[in-house]
Design a protein around this ligand. Structure first.
Ligand SMILES: [Zn+2]
Length: 114
């Protein structure tokens, strides 16, 4: 009997293929069947992931420096936005304090200046 997975000859009644450890019942073949495995063509061979060439340490350093610069720029932008928002809130709060409150036991914040 031949293993239909790898094509090597195995003994009859063998459960696993000695060569590829394939389970014989998963690849049923009659005892007299000739097994011929086609050779893989170039196109059928699974291609390895075409990795780019490994980065040199200088390139890695440059990439990391660029990443740090981008992160710093993003951090500065977020900080500026936060400060502008905080300043706007403070200004709104201060201007609403200027509303006359005499005789009122409530406050109205319309978000607009009177
Ligand atoms: Zn096998």
């Amino acid at each position: 009997m031949y293993c239909l997975k790898c094509g090597k000859e195995t003994a009859d009644k063998q459960v696993f293929c000695d060569h590829c450890l394939g389970v014989m019942s998963d690849y049923p073949v009659k005892a007299d069947a000739k097994v011929h495995l086609p050779h893989r063509t170039e196109a059928a061979t699974p291609k390895k992931q075409s990795r780019k060439r490994p980065m040199q340490p200088e390139e890695q350093l440059a990439a990391m420096q660029q990443l740090v610069r981008r992160l710093l720029a993003a951090l500065i932008a977020v900080t500026v936005l936060f400060l502008l928002t905080a300043a706007g809130l403070v200004y709104t709060y201060k201007s609403s304090e200027a509303l006359p409150t005499v005789g009122r036991n409530y406050t109205i914040n319309t978000g607009r200046r009177p």
